[in-house]
Design a protein around this ligand. Structure first.
Ligand code: PEP
Ligand code: MG
Length: 600
């Protein structure tokens, strides 16, 4: 492969002159270059205006306040009703606390009193009073009162937005295509954004394994995260260039910068063309070992990018994205039609459907799991499902029904140990019995897997293996739990090290358990798509790697350039090393020797 080298222009320091080029450095999480005008989506509270009012305006402010409270009350009641219809009245009860906030006399009286005294617009006053109230409650060492503080914050956002006359959602909808700059984007923001108009994404917060980054990669939208306070420093309308490879946002790029990036794009398209010839070739190592290379998808439409990039099916379908961009939960029939369509389009290759993993950084409209201090350690995924069989079972039945029409496999996320896995399997058996007695066909032999993404599951993988047909290692979570580094916190992103010896040892335990019990195992976390680490994963014995569709060609080329044997030798050597840097260096050394031009 011949790849021309491009000289970088001299690094330019940030300048204050508005027309000068200014660079913001973050982390590149979705490759590609985007050029366009910036559209800043500011945090909702940054926009609360504060202005003085005349005493004569106070009655009008009170009237505005009252109607915002009424509107908020109606919205909460509507939401409560939707939840009650979807998942039952018990869960809808959480909104009772929100209703109490809108009716809280102490809070309302304090707003009215301050309005008279301070003579400032009511949204600013209400925000001050409610924030103070929530802060005071939040500091009290009582879990009930702390929860009330979270209720107040939630309701406060709604009331302020109603006072501002804004719709509950805050995605900008400009007419033109733009580079979206935001403090943070939630996965549901990403799911609901207009993908044809978003050329690139740049955020203050975020990390490589946040679901927003994962989503951007799937959508092939260049993205840079962890840009600190970029939202405060740039204005909508400014011309910018976003480099999703290295994580740079360049505002007002100079002509030489544009020329440089023009060459980068030419070079990247040459690389893509060279890799495209591998599309129909298999991911087989130099010594003839075939590795199943599949793709991860979030949305059903992503399926077109699976075979287009030469993947052998879908190794992880994150079904919870079906739940994100909407107010109510999809029922069994809707899910069945979706899964069936995806399964049919990748057939005969497998479609591995992961049962939904809501919670953490993925919050659905119809389910309230948001008010938790540690959401990644909280009421998430299988934990939620096993308590809400009325949500879980329709999904399981839909997957079973789709298994009749394609090569469908099912896996459970966030399994922590044997009891949880046994319970999930029991529920699946109940669904099989229900379908069988209703005469509805399904594949009784459908393969079932457990995701290994909690260290306890890796350590106990020996006892899980006899219960399943395969393991799929979710390194995004496994790494964050193994080394206690929040996967979405950009401040500690440098501590998130996939080559940590503890991570390798955990994967080794899973590999050993899988071999002993003769089941296959794969890796579907972002580590699987990082070609600096491919030699390590191959050496650890993976049977399958599942990566973002756009990364498939690179990973395939990496696999085809090494031998399994040399990777195994590498692993034998690095398992004795005790720092992530030393392990990474050894892996990189082999990667550079075998496919240095891909590492760029
Ligand atoms: C993982 O944790 O590695 C994984 C694949 O699941 P998710 O990123 O959706 O948590
Ligand atoms: Mg996970």
């Amino acid at each position: 492969m011949s790849l021309a080298k491009i000289d970088k222009p001299a690094t330019l320091l940030p300048m204050t002159d508005e027309s000068a080029e200014t660079r913001f450095h973050g982390v590149g999480v979705s490759p590609g270059i985007a050029r366009g005008n910036i559209q800043v989506m500011r945090d909702e509270f940054e926009e609360i205006e504060r202005y003085r009012i005349e005493p004569s305006q106070i009655p009008a402010e009170i009237a505005r306040f009252e109607s915002a409270l009424v509107q908020t009350r109606i919205q909460i009641l509507e939401m409560q009703q939707k939840i009650a219809e979807a998942i039952g009245t018990k869960d809808a009860g959480i909104f009772d606390a929100h209703l109490l906030v809108v009716e809280d006399r102490t809070l309302i009286d304090e707003v009215l009193r301050k309005l008279e005294c301070d003579q400032v617009n009511v949204e600013a006053i209400f925000h001050d009073v409610a924030a103070k109230y929530a802060e005071t409650l939040g500091q009290i060492d009582d879990p009930y009162l702390r929860e009330r503080a979270l209720d107040i914050q939630d309701v406060m956002r709604r009331v302020v937005r109603n006072l501002q006359g804004k719709a509950p959602k805050i995605m900008p909808q400009p007419g033109e295509a733009h580079i979206l700059v935001a403090h943070n984007l939630t996965p549901s923001d990403a799911a609901s954004m207009d993908r044809d108009r978003v050329l690139g994404i740049a955020t203050d917060l975020g990390s490589r394994t946040s679901h927003t980054a994962i989503m951007a990669r799937s959508l092939t939208i260049p993205a840079a995260v962890g840009l600190h306070d970029v939202t405060e420093k740039v204005e909508s309308g400014a011309m910018a260039l976003l480099d999703g490879y290295t994580g740079l946002l360049i505002v007002n790029p100079l002509p030489e910068t544009l020329t440089y990036y023009g060459k980068v794009e030419v070079r990247q398209s040459e690389v893509s063309k060279e890799l495209a010839v591998l599309r129909d070739r298999s991911a087989t190592t130099r010594d003839g070992d075939h590795v199943v290379l599949s793709a991860n998808i979030e949305l059903p439409d992503d399926v077109t990018s699976v075979s287009a990039n030469g993947a052998e099916g879908i190794g992880l379908y994150r079904t919870e994205f079906l739940y994100l961009d909407r107010d109510s939960l999809p029922g069994e029939e809707e899910q069945y039609q979706t899964y069936r369509r995806v399964a049919e389009s990748v057939r005969p290759h497998p479609l591995i459907i992961r049962t939904f993993d809501l919670g953490g950084d993925k919050i659905a409209g119809g389910i309230d799991v948001s008010d938790e201090l540690n959401p990644f350690l909280g009421w998430r995924a299988i934990r939620f499902c096993l308590e809400h069989l009325e949500v879980f079972k329709p999904q399981l039945r839909a997957i079973l029904r789709a298994s009749e029409l394609g090569n469908v496999k099912l896996m459970f996320p966030m399994i922590s140990g044997k009891a949880e896995l046994s319970r999930a399997l029991e529920v699946l058996d109940e669904c099989k019995t229900e379908l069988a007695s209703a005469g509805i066909p399904f594949n009784a032999e459908m393969q079932i897997g457990a995701m290994i993404e909690i260290p306890s599951a890796a350590i106990c993988s020996e006892s899980l293996a006899p219960q399943v047909d395969f393991f799929s290692i979710g390194t995004n979570d496994l790494i964050q739990y193994a080394i206690a580094v929040d996967r979405v916190n950009e401040r500690i992103a440098h501590l998130y090290e996939p080559s940590h010896p503890a991570v390798l040892r955990l994967i080794k335990m899973v590999a050993d358990a899988a071999r002993k019990h003769q089941i296959w195992f794969g890796v579907c976390g972002e580590m699987a798509g990082d070609i600096e680490l491919t030699p390590l994963l191959l050496g650890l014995g993976v049977d399958e790697l599942s990566v973002s569709p756009a990364l498939v060609p690179r990973v395939k080329s990496a696999i085809r350039n090494v031998s399994r044997e040399e990777c195994e030798e590498l692993v034998e050597e690095v398992l004795f090393l005790d720092t992530p840097a030393a392990i990474l260096e050894r892996s990189l050394h082999l990667a550079r020797e075998r496919y240095g031009e891909l590492l760029g």
